[in-house]
Design a binder for this molecule. Structure first.
Ligand code: C2E
Ligand code: MG
Ligand code: MG
Length: 414
């Protein structure tokens, strides 16, 4: 690439640098073994050579990452449609050692000479674009642009905000009720807020980057575990028995200190019933390191603590994957719940997830239930545990006891 970049002068040729990362490859390695992983890589490399044509260069960068230099097509709409088609083709199942295996890919691209004119810089920007595409949900592509640079700055700002909040003890938990249809209040989910001390609170959206930051995830996680369980105990002492849902970042869950943190908090609150603790782990977190996630989740279960798979439907979990995860609850992501009344695809996804959960004997929760109409539809689909604005918005801990005492089941009028 060095050579083509240095090729200065008037006929400087435009090209794209792309980094392609396979999604779910680690899971294949973990489930089917390294042999299958290697065969899959070979088969996909062949497929990609065909897809990207002979005018372009493709090389394996290591692991499940490939680098591409794309000289043609150069026209943006044309290359976009080629990339979209390539992504679709990559997800066609591959047969390895008698099993059909499916992975997807995420691609980040930078443009020479518009974005940068050195190989190192082009790779860095393509990598940045790749991470943005991953954050946008994988199985997609993104070109580097200034918006991305701005996003990087927002990430840095989020980390700064959370770091300061930790120092100034400005993190607080709000709680959102979880109810059974026709039945009682089952529990609450602890949701993090940053108190700006000027009467306003910031939602996690503004400091999302900090939740998975290597230096902050553990600190934030320990604060959340401690204050949520402490609060649960205070309610219990007032005669209000609530299950407490606690969000755990992937970074903290997969950190070697996680179980130590868990034991430490249980020792501080020995009187809080463990079956009232439910750790919410995003569906995609265990995929990052399946063997160690499984071990940690099993150890959590062995303590009598429940596990919920959060944001379910947003990753690309397979049935095999689900079967192997020691989880008791599935929380269907609000993005699917929101449109079940109008979008047949979302309805199909919720129906599918519900029957999967039922088949596996797992509890199913719908989050983001915004209207009673949603609640009724969910009831017909067999989803009986609900969380969302139709029931209650998140509220400060002090408001929970009165809310619980006054609560009337949402669908009593039916
Ligand atoms: P989540 O765990 O999926 O939490 C549910 C989010 O949906 C919450 O947003 C909640 O306020 C919002 N929500 C609930 N019902 C409705 C509804 O009917 N409509 C709409 N539009 N939204 C609804 P929030 O509090 O902003 O939290 C966002 C995400 O931040 C959480 O998603 C979770 O992934 C993360 N998060 C929150 N607290 C913590 C925490 O203590 N630790 C970690 N690691 N992550 C946290
Ligand atoms: Mg959650
Ligand atoms: Mg969720």
């Amino acid at each position: 690439m060095e050579k083509i970049c240095q090729h200065d002068g008037r006929d400087q040729r435009k090209f794209y640098v792309a980094i392609l990362d396979l999604d779910g490859f680690k899971q294949v390695n973990d489930l089917f073994g390294h042999n299958s992983g290697d065969l899959l890589l070979k088969a996909l490399a062949k497929r990609m050579k065909r897809l990207f044509g002979k005018d372009n260069t493709i090389a394996r960068l290591g692991g499940d990452e490939f680098g591409l230099i794309l000289f043609s097509p150069l026209d943006k709409p044309v290359i976009e449609s080629m990339l979209a088609q390539a992504l679709r083709k990559i997800t066609d199942p591959v047969e390895v050692l008698g099993s059909l295996v499916t992975v997807s890919a995420t691609i980040g691209l930078s443009t020479f000479p518009e974005d940068a004119d050195t190989p190192g810089q082009l790779m860095r920007l393509a990598d940045l674009a790749m991470y943005a595409a991953k954050a946008a949900g994988r199985n997609t592509f993104a070109f580097y642009d200034e918006v991305l640079e701005a996003r990087q700055q927002a990430i840095a700002e989020g980390v700064r905000l959370a770091e300061q909040a930790l120092k100034e003890s400005a993190l607080v938990l709000w709680y959102q009720p979880l109810v059974a249809l026709h039945g009682p209040v089952l529990g609450v989910e602890a949701l993090l807020r940053l108190d700006r001390r000027d009467g306003t609170l910031l939602s996690p959206e503004t400091f999302f980057s900090a939740l998975d930051h290597p230096l902050l995830a553990g600190k934030i996680g320990r604060f959340v575990l401690d204050s949520a369980i402490h609060q649960g105990l205070l309610w219990l002492e007032q005669g209000i028995r609530l299950r407490i849902g606690i969000n755990i970042s992937a970074r903290h869950l997969l950190d070697s200190s996680f179980m130590q943190d868990m034991h430490a908090v249980l020792e501080r609150y020995p009187d809080f019933p463990r079956e009232l603790i439910e750790l919410e782990v995003t569906e995609s977190a265990p995929m990052l390191d399946f063997p160690s996630a499984i071990m940690t989740l099993q150890a959590i279960n062995a303590l009598g603590i429940h596990i919920a798979l959060d944001d379910f439907g947003t990753g690309n979990a397979s049935l095999t994957y689900l079967q192997r995860l020691p989880a008791q609850t599935i929380k269907i992501d609000q993005s699917f719940v929101r449109d079940i009344l109008v979008d047949d695809k979302d309805l199909a996804i919720v129906t599918g997830v519900t029957s999967t959960a039922q088949a596996l004997g797992m509890e199913i929760v719908a989050e983001g239930v915004e209207t009673l109409e949603h609640a009724r539809k969910l009831e017909r689909l067999g989803v009986n545990l609900l969380q969302g604005y139709a029931i209650a918005k998140p509220m400060p801990a002090a408001a929970i006891p009165d809310w619980v005492r006054c609560y009337k089941p949402v669908l009593l009028d039916n």
